[in-house]
Design a protein around this ligand. Structure first.
Ligand SMILES: Nc1ncnc2c1ncn2[C@@H]1O[C@H](COP(=O)(O)OP(=O)(O)OP(=O)(O)O)[C@@H](O)[C@H]1O
Ligand SMILES: [Mg+2]
Length: 620
């Protein structure tokens, strides 16, 4: 089951580091955030002052009956509140703008980094896990940036300011409020810790439901084939029920907070009003002060409530941000190569680098002290005692040595899991070898810049993968500047042209979800066309024709032979008829080449190839 890692209300492991990293992003827009801070202060100050103005309004104008003064004072008060409202509106809008930009930057950096990760990373992490960085985690950060940041500052200032203003109005009365605030705070902490426990369980259950549904969607066909609907429905209901239970408990506690705080604040208000009234009667407090004081009392519970909620949200967001940054810090694919690919032309028998596109390439090998050496790109690949394992403990290839000269077609055969795909994964450095060397035109591939190395190889991988887009787009993926005619030509070589032209929209037919509207064999034809359009010096075909009928395969072979004349081809196939005409056939078993030679020689040897070819292997 895909493992989703949801962590609601979970604290980040290293709050300081994450916060600093996040602040780094905010730093790109520091003037905007300073402006937000300023507007927050204005908004809070105006609200606090507006309320304070009630005191002079009552004492100086209402009590003495000064009507015109009253009107002026009310206008002033209104102006103050209006100022506050405008500042609030302003910082909200600014926050939305800057938060969205920051989140966009985070998303962009995350995407760029994911593209740089080595395949090893994807082997060890599920897609669901990586996806949830882009969805859940980015969402929580976005949510917190939109609201929490400004709200936390605002609420803190508001709470602090309210208490100060109450002290200014009456120190004795504010003692009551302080006691109430302390009780409220204690309740929020206690309740929060209980609800957090359930909330975490709720998120874990949600993760399980998501993983289950995702798997069901992907495995729809298998579910139907084995009539598993009922069993799967029961499993789903069980998950659904545990989610309901945990969510109910979590919300029960969360739902208690606001009503309790509101009731406590009413009580606070009532007590303050009674005691304040008694003070006023006893002449210890004037009516104006009492009125503004009571408004402050009413206002005091809100910021406390919101402050704690926002702090929780912010911590959740920081936990999300931490997971995002962890992924961003995962070690990228190493690329220490300094050898690059360049266009060349021949001048008096020597190669000369040229900026024009000549279609003739060479490796540019920097040499210490002298000018870079140019080595014509031919496609000569050699393995020397290569040892490799996906994990260090388990060796998959034990000392493979082989060579492929330009223009040769080299085939790999062998039973499932023998290591055929693994060998070709090493040629374009999807993985790093443990010992031995692989050279390309005499240059150690570790010296070649990865992008250039991969540029010089075209590969049809074992699992065909098509992208959302038109058929032409998918073929052009092999070489972005290929003209329409070149795309068609590649399709003809791959023998895909005839089926494409029969589609209602021809080359403009849209493909969705990995080409689900095509047959398996048609998908493979497109993958072959994609490699053909690239016209590389080295072509690698991994089970490229396994779903294609033998007659079509022959036609493709002919077309390919024409374009691959003088280039190196590696073919992996289970169908031995595919590899018969190869220059050399390597028979692999348990990561070792146990036989090599051409078809005739191997048959004469009467070894494993002979057994595979005559079907004796299966019969024994
Ligand atoms: N990404 C991976 N991580 C760990 N082990 C792997 C990985 N890919 C393959 N292996 C292991 O490496 C061994 C060789 O696999 P490989 O894919 O090279 O076989 P193959 O010869 O191409 O088989 P097939 O004919 O089925 O395609 C297998 O035992 C497999 O379990
Ligand atoms: Mg394979």
């Amino acid at each position: 089951m895909a493992q989703y890692k949801y962590t609601g209300y979970k604290r980040p492991k290293n709050t300081k580091k994450t916060l600093l990293h996040l602040l780094g992003y905010l730093g790109h827009h520091k003037w905007l955030f300073l402006l937000v801070g300023l507007l927050v202060c204005i908004s809070t100050g105006a609200n606090l002052m507006g309320t304070y103005l009630l005191k002079p309004v009552i004492n100086r104008f209402i009590m003495p009956g000064d009507m015109s003064g009253l009107v002026r004072a009310v206008v002033r008060m209104g102006g103050m509140y209006l100022c506050g409202a405008l500042a609030t509106l302003g910082y909200n809008q600014l926050m939305i703008k800057s938060a969205q930009t920051v989140v966009q930057e985070i998303r962009r950096d995350l995407f760029v980094h994911v593209q740089k990760l080595p395949l090893k990373y994807f082997d060890a992490h599920t897609h669901g896990e990586l996806m949830s960085r882009f969805t859940n985690d980015v969402d929580t950060v976005q949510e917190a940036m939109n609201n929490s940041f400004a709200m936390i500052i605002q609420n803190f200032l508001m709470l602090f300011g309210t208490v100060v203003m109450m002290m200014v109005l009456s120190v004795r009365l504010s003692l009551i409020v302080l006691v109430f605030l302390a009780v409220m705070f204690a309740f929020i902490r206690f309740n929060g810790s209980r609800s957090r426990k359930y909330f975490q369980r709720q998120q874990a259950e949600l993760g399980r439901i998501n993983g289950f549904v995702e798997e069901m969607m992907a495995g729809q066909k298998v579910e139907k084939v084995f009539n598993h609907e009922k069993k799967d429905f029961e499993n789903f209901c069980a998950l659904n029920e545990s989610y309901r239970k945990e969510a109910t408990s979590a919300l029960t506690y969360t739902g208690m907070q606001v009503p309790t705080i509101v009731s406590l604040s009413y009580l606070n208000y009532a007590v303050s009003a009674c005691v304040g009234g008694l003070y006023a009667i006893a002449g210890l407090l004037d009516i104006g002060s009492l009125a503004s004081y009571l408004v402050y009392v009413r206002q005091s519970a809100m910021p406390l409530n919101q402050f704690t909620q926002q702090v929780n949200l912010l911590l959740t967001a920081l936990a999300g941000a931490e997971r995002i940054f962890d992924l961003m810090e995962a070690e990228p694919e190493s690329d220490e190569g300094d050898v690059t690919l360049c266009n060349v032309r021949e001048e008096k028998g020597a190669l000369v680098e040229t900026p024009e596109r000549t279609g003739h390439f060479a490796w540019k090998v920097p040499e210490k002290g002298t000018e870079a050496r140019l080595v014509s790109l031919k496609g000569d690949v050699r393995f020397e005692n290569v040892v490799f394992g996906y994990v260090p403990e388990k060796r998959i290839l034990n000392g493979i040595s082989l060579y492929a000269k330009p223009g040769q077609k080299i085939a790999f055969v062998g039973s499932t899991g023998a290591g055929k795909t693994t060998i070709i994964n090493l040629i374009n450095r999807f993985y790093e070898i443990q010992s031995g060397t692989i050279t390309y035109d005499g240059i150690d591939i570790r010296r070649i810049r990865k992008a250039d190395l991969r540029h010089s190889l075209a590969m049809v991988i074992q699992e065909t993968h098509l992208f959302t887009g038109t058929i032409a787009d998918n073929i052009r993926y092999g070489r972005l500047d290929a003209s329409d005619e070149e795309v068609r030509e590649a399709a003809r070589i791959a023998n895909a042209d005839s089926f494409i032209r029969r589609l209602p929209d021809g080359y403009d037919t849209m493909l969705h979800s990995d080409g689900s509207n095509l047959s398996q064999g048609q998908r493979q034809l497109l993958a072959i066309a994609r490699a053909a359009v690239a016209r590389p010096p080295v072509l690698i075909l991994d089970e490229a024709t396994s779903s294609i009928d033998t007659r079509t395969e022959r036609l493709i072979e002919k077309g390919m032979d024409a374009i691959m004349d003088g280039r190196t081809v590696f073919v992996i196939a289970h169908r031995l008829s595919t590899v018969r005409n190869s220059r050399a056939i390597m028979v692999l078993e348990h990561g070792e080449i146990i036989e090599r030679g051409d078809h005739e020689a191997l048959l004469e040897q009467k070894g494993r190839y002979y057994q595979l070819y005559t079907g004796q292997f299966e019969l024994e």
